[in-house]
Design a protein around this ligand. Structure first.
Ligand code: SF4
Length: 333
Protein backbone atom coordinates (compact mmCIF):
# COMPACT_ATOMS: atom_id res chain seq x y z
CA UNK A 1 0.00 0.00 0.00
CA UNK A 2 1.38 3.43 -0.94
CA UNK A 3 -0.26 5.60 1.74
CA UNK A 4 -0.07 8.56 -0.64
CA UNK A 5 -2.31 10.62 1.62
CA UNK A 6 -0.08 10.18 4.68
CA UNK A 7 1.43 13.29 6.24
CA UNK A 8 4.97 11.96 5.86
CA UNK A 9 5.98 9.34 3.37
CA UNK A 10 9.52 7.96 3.30
CA UNK A 11 10.22 5.85 0.25
CA UNK A 12 13.18 3.63 -0.65
CA UNK A 13 15.51 5.72 1.51
CA UNK A 14 19.18 4.85 1.39
CA UNK A 15 21.65 6.86 3.46
CA UNK A 16 25.22 5.66 3.16
CA UNK A 17 28.48 6.69 4.83
CA UNK A 18 31.56 6.56 2.66
CA UNK A 19 34.72 6.39 4.79
CA UNK A 20 38.25 5.01 4.53
CA UNK A 21 36.91 1.75 6.02
CA UNK A 22 34.43 1.36 3.18
CA UNK A 23 30.72 2.08 2.77
CA UNK A 24 28.33 1.69 5.67
CA UNK A 25 24.70 1.34 4.59
CA UNK A 26 23.30 3.06 7.68
CA UNK A 27 19.80 3.26 6.18
CA UNK A 28 19.22 0.69 3.49
CA UNK A 29 16.04 0.87 1.46
CA UNK A 30 13.69 2.04 4.19
CA UNK A 31 10.06 2.93 3.43
CA UNK A 32 7.38 3.96 5.90
CA UNK A 33 4.62 6.49 6.45
CA UNK A 34 3.30 8.63 9.27
CA UNK A 35 -0.36 9.64 9.43
CA UNK A 36 -1.73 12.88 10.86
CA UNK A 37 -1.98 12.71 14.66
CA UNK A 38 -0.23 9.33 14.77
CA UNK A 39 2.69 8.27 16.99
CA UNK A 40 5.06 5.90 15.23
CA UNK A 41 7.90 4.29 17.18
CA UNK A 42 11.16 3.30 15.52
CA UNK A 43 12.91 0.75 17.70
CA UNK A 44 16.28 -0.99 17.62
CA UNK A 45 19.72 -1.25 19.20
CA UNK A 46 22.35 1.47 18.78
CA UNK A 47 23.67 1.57 15.24
CA UNK A 48 20.56 0.05 13.61
CA UNK A 49 19.90 3.21 11.56
CA UNK A 50 16.99 4.75 13.46
CA UNK A 51 18.72 8.05 14.27
CA UNK A 52 20.19 8.37 10.78
CA UNK A 53 16.68 7.86 9.39
CA UNK A 54 15.56 10.81 11.54
CA UNK A 55 18.52 12.96 10.50
CA UNK A 56 17.79 12.14 6.86
CA UNK A 57 14.23 13.46 7.27
CA UNK A 58 15.60 16.61 8.93
CA UNK A 59 18.20 17.11 6.19
CA UNK A 60 20.94 16.86 8.83
CA UNK A 61 22.93 13.81 7.72
CA UNK A 62 26.54 14.37 8.88
CA UNK A 63 28.58 15.59 5.92
CA UNK A 64 30.76 14.89 4.04
CA UNK A 65 30.84 11.16 4.87
CA UNK A 66 27.07 10.73 4.96
CA UNK A 67 24.92 11.01 1.85
CA UNK A 68 21.36 10.19 0.90
CA UNK A 69 21.95 8.14 -2.23
CA UNK A 70 18.37 7.18 -3.04
CA UNK A 71 14.76 7.73 -2.07
CA UNK A 72 12.11 10.35 -1.51
CA UNK A 73 10.84 11.96 1.69
CA UNK A 74 7.39 13.45 1.08
CA UNK A 75 5.92 15.89 3.58
CA UNK A 76 2.40 16.87 2.47
CA UNK A 77 3.31 15.36 -0.92
CA UNK A 78 6.35 17.64 -1.37
CA UNK A 79 9.66 15.80 -1.70
CA UNK A 80 11.98 17.34 0.92
CA UNK A 81 15.01 15.85 -0.84
CA UNK A 82 14.42 18.25 -3.72
CA UNK A 83 14.53 21.29 -1.44
CA UNK A 84 17.67 23.44 -1.30
CA UNK A 85 19.28 23.86 2.16
CA UNK A 86 17.82 27.37 2.54
CA UNK A 87 14.29 25.99 2.19
CA UNK A 88 15.05 23.13 4.60
CA UNK A 89 16.07 25.75 7.17
CA UNK A 90 12.54 27.11 6.90
CA UNK A 91 11.05 23.62 7.30
CA UNK A 92 13.16 22.64 10.32
CA UNK A 93 11.62 23.90 13.52
CA UNK A 94 8.52 25.06 11.68
CA UNK A 95 7.01 21.99 9.98
CA UNK A 96 9.30 19.31 11.45
CA UNK A 97 11.03 19.63 14.81
CA UNK A 98 13.35 17.29 16.66
CA UNK A 99 14.12 16.59 20.31
CA UNK A 100 17.46 14.99 21.01
CA UNK A 101 18.53 12.56 23.74
CA UNK A 102 20.81 14.90 25.66
CA UNK A 103 19.45 18.45 25.71
CA UNK A 104 22.72 19.85 27.06
CA UNK A 105 24.37 19.17 23.72
CA UNK A 106 21.48 20.75 21.78
CA UNK A 107 20.92 23.88 23.85
CA UNK A 108 23.28 26.81 23.48
CA UNK A 109 25.10 27.18 26.84
CA UNK A 110 25.69 30.90 26.19
CA UNK A 111 22.03 31.88 25.75
CA UNK A 112 19.18 31.87 28.25
CA UNK A 113 16.57 29.21 27.52
CA UNK A 114 13.92 31.90 26.96
CA UNK A 115 16.09 33.61 24.34
CA UNK A 116 16.64 30.32 22.54
CA UNK A 117 12.91 29.58 22.27
CA UNK A 118 12.24 33.22 21.43
CA UNK A 119 14.81 33.18 18.62
CA UNK A 120 13.11 30.14 17.08
CA UNK A 121 9.69 31.82 17.19
CA UNK A 122 11.06 35.03 15.67
CA UNK A 123 12.85 33.09 12.91
CA UNK A 124 9.74 31.20 11.80
CA UNK A 125 6.87 33.48 12.74
CA UNK A 126 8.40 36.91 12.15
CA UNK A 127 6.85 38.38 15.30
CA UNK A 128 8.38 41.14 17.45
CA UNK A 129 11.01 40.41 20.11
CA UNK A 130 8.52 41.23 22.87
CA UNK A 131 5.84 38.93 21.48
CA UNK A 132 8.25 36.06 20.86
CA UNK A 133 9.53 36.40 24.46
CA UNK A 134 5.98 36.26 25.81
CA UNK A 135 5.26 33.20 23.68
CA UNK A 136 8.42 31.49 24.90
CA UNK A 137 7.42 32.08 28.54
CA UNK A 138 3.97 30.69 27.79
CA UNK A 139 5.56 27.60 26.18
CA UNK A 140 7.65 27.06 29.32
CA UNK A 141 4.44 27.25 31.30
CA UNK A 142 2.81 24.68 28.99
CA UNK A 143 5.62 22.20 29.66
CA UNK A 144 5.00 22.74 33.38
CA UNK A 145 8.18 24.57 34.30
CA UNK A 146 7.52 26.37 37.60
CA UNK A 147 7.99 30.17 37.62
CA UNK A 148 8.36 30.21 33.81
CA UNK A 149 9.02 33.97 33.62
CA UNK A 150 11.99 33.59 35.97
CA UNK A 151 13.23 30.30 34.46
CA UNK A 152 13.20 31.83 30.97
CA UNK A 153 16.14 33.99 32.11
CA UNK A 154 18.18 30.96 33.24
CA UNK A 155 21.05 29.47 31.30
CA UNK A 156 20.77 25.73 30.50
CA UNK A 157 23.39 24.65 33.09
CA UNK A 158 21.19 26.05 35.88
CA UNK A 159 18.40 23.58 35.07
CA UNK A 160 18.12 19.86 35.89
CA UNK A 161 18.16 17.22 33.12
CA UNK A 162 14.38 16.86 33.26
CA UNK A 163 13.87 20.64 33.09
CA UNK A 164 16.25 20.93 30.14
CA UNK A 165 14.29 18.24 28.30
CA UNK A 166 11.09 20.19 29.01
CA UNK A 167 12.77 23.26 27.50
CA UNK A 168 13.64 21.22 24.41
CA UNK A 169 10.02 20.10 24.11
CA UNK A 170 8.86 23.71 24.54
CA UNK A 171 11.26 24.82 21.83
CA UNK A 172 10.29 21.98 19.49
CA UNK A 173 6.58 22.73 19.83
CA UNK A 174 6.89 26.51 19.88
CA UNK A 175 6.05 26.82 16.18
CA UNK A 176 3.42 24.06 16.25
CA UNK A 177 5.20 21.62 13.88
CA UNK A 178 3.28 18.97 11.97
CA UNK A 179 5.88 16.33 12.78
CA UNK A 180 7.87 15.98 16.00
CA UNK A 181 10.81 13.58 15.94
CA UNK A 182 11.86 12.56 19.45
CA UNK A 183 15.21 10.74 19.45
CA UNK A 184 15.54 8.83 22.73
CA UNK A 185 13.96 11.79 24.57
CA UNK A 186 13.92 10.10 27.97
CA UNK A 187 17.02 7.90 27.88
CA UNK A 188 19.22 10.31 29.84
CA UNK A 189 16.56 10.80 32.54
CA UNK A 190 15.71 8.81 35.64
CA UNK A 191 12.59 6.66 35.63
CA UNK A 192 10.14 8.99 37.37
CA UNK A 193 11.16 11.95 35.19
CA UNK A 194 10.93 9.67 32.11
CA UNK A 195 7.30 8.95 32.91
CA UNK A 196 6.55 12.66 33.41
CA UNK A 197 8.19 13.63 30.11
CA UNK A 198 6.35 10.92 28.16
CA UNK A 199 3.09 11.96 29.76
CA UNK A 200 3.78 15.59 28.88
CA UNK A 201 4.59 14.73 25.25
CA UNK A 202 1.36 12.77 24.87
CA UNK A 203 -0.71 15.57 26.35
CA UNK A 204 0.90 18.21 24.15
CA UNK A 205 0.52 15.95 21.11
CA UNK A 206 -3.23 16.04 21.64
CA UNK A 207 -3.30 19.79 22.29
CA UNK A 208 -1.28 20.55 19.17
CA UNK A 209 -2.42 17.60 16.99
CA UNK A 210 1.22 16.84 16.26
CA UNK A 211 2.35 13.58 14.68
CA UNK A 212 5.28 11.99 16.48
CA UNK A 213 8.12 9.73 15.44
CA UNK A 214 9.50 8.29 18.68
CA UNK A 215 12.95 6.78 18.33
CA UNK A 216 14.00 4.48 21.12
CA UNK A 217 15.91 1.32 21.98
CA UNK A 218 13.31 0.59 24.67
CA UNK A 219 10.22 -1.34 23.56
CA UNK A 220 8.81 -0.84 27.06
CA UNK A 221 8.47 2.91 26.39
CA UNK A 222 6.63 2.56 23.11
CA UNK A 223 3.86 0.33 24.45
CA UNK A 224 2.41 3.37 26.19
CA UNK A 225 2.86 5.99 23.51
CA UNK A 226 2.78 4.56 19.98
CA UNK A 227 0.09 3.29 17.64
CA UNK A 228 2.52 1.61 15.25
CA UNK A 229 6.04 0.23 15.61
CA UNK A 230 8.91 -0.20 13.18
CA UNK A 231 11.77 -2.44 14.30
CA UNK A 232 15.10 -1.77 12.58
CA UNK A 233 18.21 -3.92 12.37
CA UNK A 234 21.43 -3.18 10.48
CA UNK A 235 19.88 -0.32 8.50
CA UNK A 236 16.74 -2.19 7.44
CA UNK A 237 13.18 -2.48 8.68
CA UNK A 238 12.84 -6.05 9.89
CA UNK A 239 9.33 -5.83 11.32
CA UNK A 240 6.50 -3.32 11.22
CA UNK A 241 2.99 -3.42 12.61
CA UNK A 242 0.52 -1.90 15.01
CA UNK A 243 1.38 -2.01 18.70
CA UNK A 244 -1.02 -4.85 19.39
CA UNK A 245 0.36 -7.13 16.66
CA UNK A 246 4.01 -6.44 17.57
CA UNK A 247 3.47 -7.09 21.27
CA UNK A 248 0.97 -9.94 20.98
CA UNK A 249 2.22 -11.64 17.84
CA UNK A 250 5.86 -10.73 17.14
CA UNK A 251 7.15 -12.73 14.16
CA UNK A 252 10.80 -11.79 13.71
CA UNK A 253 13.26 -13.60 16.05
CA UNK A 254 14.94 -10.23 16.81
CA UNK A 255 11.65 -8.59 17.84
CA UNK A 256 10.83 -11.63 19.98
CA UNK A 257 14.22 -11.35 21.66
CA UNK A 258 13.78 -7.60 22.23
CA UNK A 259 10.42 -8.24 23.90
CA UNK A 260 11.90 -10.93 26.13
CA UNK A 261 14.57 -8.49 27.29
CA UNK A 262 11.99 -6.07 28.78
CA UNK A 263 11.67 -6.33 32.56
CA UNK A 264 8.09 -7.18 33.55
CA UNK A 265 6.59 -6.30 36.89
CA UNK A 266 5.88 -9.39 39.02
CA UNK A 267 7.79 -11.86 36.80
CA UNK A 268 8.90 -14.34 39.41
CA UNK A 269 9.72 -18.05 39.44
CA UNK A 270 9.94 -20.35 42.46
CA UNK A 271 13.66 -19.46 42.59
CA UNK A 272 13.04 -15.73 42.72
CA UNK A 273 12.93 -13.09 40.03
CA UNK A 274 12.86 -14.45 36.48
CA UNK A 275 16.14 -13.56 34.77
CA UNK A 276 15.95 -11.17 31.84
CA UNK A 277 16.89 -12.70 28.52
CA UNK A 278 19.73 -11.14 26.59
CA UNK A 279 20.17 -11.07 22.84
CA UNK A 280 23.31 -13.07 22.20
CA UNK A 281 26.10 -11.70 20.01
CA UNK A 282 26.87 -8.08 19.26
CA UNK A 283 25.41 -5.34 17.10
CA UNK A 284 26.72 -5.95 13.58
CA UNK A 285 29.48 -3.88 12.03
CA UNK A 286 27.87 -2.12 9.06
CA UNK A 287 31.16 -2.28 7.13
CA UNK A 288 31.31 -6.06 7.32
CA UNK A 289 27.70 -7.17 7.27
CA UNK A 290 26.94 -10.86 7.02
CA UNK A 291 25.50 -12.08 3.73
CA UNK A 292 21.82 -12.98 3.48
CA UNK A 293 19.88 -12.11 6.61
CA UNK A 294 22.11 -9.77 8.62
CA UNK A 295 20.63 -11.15 11.86
CA UNK A 296 21.66 -14.74 11.14
CA UNK A 297 24.87 -14.72 13.27
CA UNK A 298 22.68 -13.99 16.34
CA UNK A 299 19.50 -15.83 15.37
CA UNK A 300 18.58 -18.96 17.31
CA UNK A 301 16.30 -20.06 14.48
CA UNK A 302 18.78 -19.51 11.65
CA UNK A 303 18.90 -22.03 8.80
CA UNK A 304 21.63 -22.53 6.22
CA UNK A 305 19.56 -20.78 3.56
CA UNK A 306 19.38 -17.60 5.74
CA UNK A 307 23.05 -16.91 4.94
CA UNK A 308 22.50 -17.11 1.21
CA UNK A 309 19.32 -15.30 0.42
CA UNK A 310 18.47 -11.58 0.50
CA UNK A 311 15.29 -11.52 2.61
CA UNK A 312 12.35 -9.32 1.58
CA UNK A 313 9.72 -7.73 3.81
CA UNK A 314 6.62 -9.91 3.66
CA UNK A 315 3.13 -8.69 4.50
CA UNK A 316 1.63 -11.17 6.94
CA UNK A 317 -1.70 -9.34 7.09
CA UNK A 318 -3.21 -6.17 8.48
CA UNK A 319 -0.14 -4.05 7.66
CA UNK A 320 2.13 -6.35 9.68
CA UNK A 321 5.34 -6.81 7.69
CA UNK A 322 8.25 -9.10 8.54
CA UNK A 323 11.69 -9.67 7.02
CA UNK A 324 12.33 -13.30 7.89
CA UNK A 325 12.35 -16.52 5.88
CA UNK A 326 10.19 -18.14 8.54
CA UNK A 327 7.41 -15.74 7.49
CA UNK A 328 8.14 -15.74 3.79
CA UNK A 329 5.22 -18.02 2.87
CA UNK A 330 1.80 -16.33 2.98
CA UNK A 331 2.30 -15.08 6.50
CA UNK A 332 2.83 -18.50 8.00
CA UNK A 333 5.14 -18.69 10.98
FE1 SF4 B 1 16.64 -15.89 11.65
FE2 SF4 B 1 16.70 -16.80 9.15
FE3 SF4 B 1 14.66 -15.32 9.96
FE4 SF4 B 1 17.07 -14.23 9.60
S1 SF4 B 1 15.77 -15.13 8.03
S2 SF4 B 1 15.71 -13.89 11.32
S3 SF4 B 1 18.40 -15.88 10.28
S4 SF4 B 1 15.23 -17.37 10.70
Amino acid sequence: MDHDDALLNVRDLKTYFHTLDGTAKAVDDVSFYLDKGETLAIVGESGCGKSITALSIMGLVPQPAGKIVNGQIYLNNDNLLEYPERKMQDIRGDKIAMIFQEPMTSLNPLMTVGSQISEMIQRHRGVSKKESWERSVSMLEKVQIPSPGKRARDYPHLLSGGMRQRVMIAMALSCNPQVLIADEPTTALDVTIQAQILDLMLRLKQDYNTSIIMITHDLGVVAEVAQRIIVMYAGKIIEEGNVFSIFEDPRHPYTKALLKSIPKFGNRTEHGREPLQEITGIVPNLYTLASGCSFHPRCKEAMDICKLKEIQLTDVGDGHRVRCLLCDQKGEK
